[in-house]
Design a protein around this ligand. Structure first.
Ligand SMILES: C[S@@+](CC[C@H](N)C(=O)[O-])C[C@H]1O[C@@H](n2cnc3c(N)ncnc32)[C@H](O)[C@@H]1O
Length: 220
């Protein structure tokens, strides 16, 4: 699915979120408190937006299993002159191609919901991180403000899939988005899962009225 929508993925991301997606990624990267010398593992890197935004804060290894997403990401990395700071690797989030305790920080932006076995991906990130290493996960949540919530649900369930279908030409992908958000575990469940696989100080912070949650934690 991601290979099929890759050519229009960035455009739709920025359009459908009115550009706020960039700010959400900035918030996640800032939470990692990087100094420029660390290695950051960006899981489900897609078209490398987190990697590009984080390149001054760390050297980045981005992993994704969709070749077409990575190809677009790599073009963007080269165009930005960032090939010396960013490596993109094709691989599975549930079997990360990284040795134990070798990365200083890890991120997943809007990817964990898409992984079939998110508990394996979380355990893999715990394995790859050194002790004390920081984690930041961005994922959609459910807007809770009454009134606004009705409007948002209408947008998310009807308008967004319609725009997504019209621009990407892919029928299922943008209907899958609201369906996958609805079926994803609530914030407290993801917090519990992260604690189970070896993270401490785990927090779920709502961003933009809870449309998105930023999950942070440290490797125990
Ligand atoms: C919604 S995109 C997010 C991309 C990027 N992180 C961003 O912020 O725009 C989700 C990505 O997760 C990737 N993905 C889903 N399951 C995966 C898995 N098991 N292993 C690696 N990548 C996966 C997809 O290929 C896709 O590129």
């Amino acid at each position: 699915m991601f290979d099929a929508i890759a050519p229009r993925y960035d455009l739709l991301n920025h359009l459908l979120s009115a550009g706020i997606d960039r700010r959400w990624r900035t918030r996640a990267i800032r939470s990692l408190q990087l100094s420029g010398r660390e290695v950051l593992l960006d899981v489900c890197t897609g078209t490398a937006d987190v990697a590009l935004q984080a390149r001054q804060a760390a050297r980045v290894v981005g992993v994704d299993f969709a070749g077409a997403m990575l190809a677009i990401g790599w073009r963007k990395v080269r165009a930005a002159g960032a090939a010396g700071r960013i490596a993109l690797v094709r691989g599975d989030a549930t079997r990360l191609p990284v040795a134990d305790a070798t990365v200083d920080a890890a991120t997943v932006a809007f990817g964990i919901r898409n992984v079939e076995r998110p508990e394996l991906a979380c355990a893999e990130m715990a394995r790859a991180l050194r002790r004390g290493g920081r984690l930041a996960i961005l994922e959609f949540g459910e807007l809770r403000v009454p009134g606004l919530r009705t409007l948002y649900l209408w947008y998310f369930k009807y308008l967004l899939p319609w725009i997504g279908r019209a621009i990407s030409g892919h029928g299922a992908a943008y209907s899958y988005l609201p369906a996958s958000v609805r079926s994803f575990p609530p914030p407290a469940a993801l917090v519990a899962l992260l604690e189970q696989v070896g993270f401490r100080d785990v927090r779920a912070v709502p961003l933009t009225f809870g449309i998105v949650y930023l999950y942070t934690g440290r490797r125990s």
